[in-house]
Design a protein around this ligand. Structure first.
Ligand code: NDP
Ligand code: 2IT
Length: 451
């Protein structure tokens, strides 16, 4: 890299670090974008000297609020709620809500920043946001979840709206939580609007939204594999997580003839040498979504499988890896192991699951590697389709939505190759996704002036 470009990156990062030094996840996400986008800015006069990226790393608005709620024993608890409204240049703020004890401003700022680029890539008019709480839903009763969601929305409802900011689910926020959040919004604001996505089908939800992130991650893997004349069929696939994204990634892999060997949760992973077939996946879905159980229960039901406590699944031999749990769950060491075992493609279902060291290794070894902001964009894209259906007050069929989702994922793949193709024919999807996402938002910001 040219010396001036490297010093432009270093100067930029030292300014970002001086303001956000205590936010490691946010700095990690910004560094990756700076490394790939600043060289592009330097080469393109229209973006140069406008401090566009510096404007993009500062949230338009950061909302933090108290959430007080009462548990089943009558005890009062206090959690912290957040909404980070990062960028609205190309549409209303859009992005999920995460309920997990690790939630803090750094985690949500990294997620909101990624969301800006991801939403831009979907080709739909959505700005970027993220929110949530350090509330831990594990072990809580349904009533406690409902009271927490109602308390959370009693404040959040002042800051969102169908033309302002449209939240959705993320870790710890699924169909049940969206229901309680929607109920509270509707009652307080006295309006039935598409203010949240991921709604139930009978009250404004879209077909395929629950499946969309996992399906999209596999569609993206399929597009990458096609460039090498390969497919999912007959491949061994290792998946982490066992929540929304992991479940539907597994379902799509099975539909396309792949073999799913693992699933995991924060306790450990299960390995089934015979493969997790449709029937076993139905068991997992019931276990996780209805019984709210742990993945280790799988080995009681299917004794040929093994449970590996406290471990992640990356040492299981596979051709395709789909990290679908959480950030920084796949390290340099894990990447080395996957490469040694012959992995050919990694498609991220989670947000930023691979560490920078892991990504460098995948690039060095010319592995097909899709960053989450491209490969998991199917979820928010289908949220965008839910917003369109709500605005039109119509519902599209499952087939109609799936066709649109496939076409969006394929367009994202094309955008990544447009900006990410290197001279030797290897596509750097990280670079491609960052530049393609950046250009649309930057052009809108330039058109709207300094605000
Ligand atoms: P869920 O809450 O449905 O599932 C999360 C899964 O990841 C669970 O199996 C959970 O295990 C595991 N997990 C969570 N935190 C950790 C951790 N610290 N260490 C190990 N495992 C962990 O969430 P989703 O499936 O919706 O989200 C998974 C990932 O996908 C996240 O990165 C999210 O941001 C991303 N994503 C989600 C989208 C969506 O539409 N839902 C869209 C795009 C990205 P446990 O039960 O033990 O906590
Ligand atoms: O990270 C993500 O893209 C999501 N959690 C989904 C966001 C959305 O608005 O559907």
């Amino acid at each position: 890299m040219h010396v001036d470009t490297q010093s432009a990156i270093d100067n930029f990062m030292s300014e970002v670090r001086s303001r956000n030094g205590h936010e490691p996840e946010f700095l990690q996400a910004v560094q990756e974008v700076a490394d790939t986008v600043i060289p592009y800015i330097v080469q393109h006069d229209i973006y140069h000297g406008k401090n566009i990226l510096l404007r993009m790393v500062e949230p338009e608005r950061l909302i933090s609020f108290r959430v007080a709620w009462v548990d089943d024993k009558g005890e009062i608890h206090v959690n912290r709620g957040y909404r980070i409204q990062m960028n609205s240049a190309i549409g209303p703020y859009k992005g999920g809500l995460r309920f997990h004890p690790t939630v803090n401003a750094s985690v949500l700022k990294f997620l909101a920043f990624e969301q800006v680029f991801k939403n831009s890539l979907t080709t739909l008019p959505m700005g970027g946001a993220k929110g949530g709480s350090d509330f831990d839903p594990k072990g809580k009763s349904d009533d406690e979840i409902m009271r927490f969601c109602h308390a959370f929305m009693s404040e959040l409802c002042r800051h969102i709206g169908p033309n302002t900011d449209v939240p959705a689910g993320d870790i710890g926020v699924g169909a049940r939580e969206i229901g309680y959040l929607f109920g509270a919004y509707k009652k307080t604001r006295n309006e039935f609007t598409g203010v949240l996505t991921g709604k139930g089908l009978s009250w404004g939800g879209s077909q395929i939204r629950p499946e969309a992130t996992g399906y999209g991650t596999v569609y993206f893997a399929q597009s990458m594999l096609q460039t090498k004349g390969e497919s999912i069929e007959g491949k061994n696939v290792v998946i982490s997580g066992s929540g929304n994204v992991a479940q539907f990634a597994a379902e799509k892999v099975l539909q396309l003839g792949g073999k799913v060997l693992t699933l995991s949760d924060s306790g450990g992973y299960i390995y089934d040498p015979d493969g997790i077939d449709e029937q076993k996946l139905t068991f997992v879905m019931d276990l996780k979504n209805n019984k709210r159980g742990r993945i280790m229960t799988y080995v009681k039901e299917y004794p040929k499988a093994t449970y590996h406590e406290g471990k992640r699944p990356w040492d299981v031999k596979c051709q395709i890896a789909l990290p679908c749990a959480t950030q920084n769950e796949l390290t340099g060491e894990d990447a080395n192991q996957l490469i040694k075992n012959g992995v050919i493609a990694v498609s991220e279902g989670a947000n930023m699951p691979s560490t920078p060291e892991a990504i460098h290794l995948f690039h060095d070894h010319k592995i097909l590697f899709a960053p989450g902001k491209a490969s998991n964009a199917g979820g928010v894209a289908t949220s965008g389709l839910e917003m369109s259906q709500n605005s039109l007050r119509i519902s599209w069929t499952r087939e109609e939505v799936d066709v649109k989702l496939r076409s969006i994922m394929s367009d994202i793949h094309d955008a990544c190759t447009h900006y990410g193709m290197e001279e030797d024919g290897y596509c750097n999807y990280v670079k491609g996704a960052n530049i393609a996402g950046f250009v649309k938002v930057a052009d809108a910001m330039l058109a709207q002036g300094v605000i």
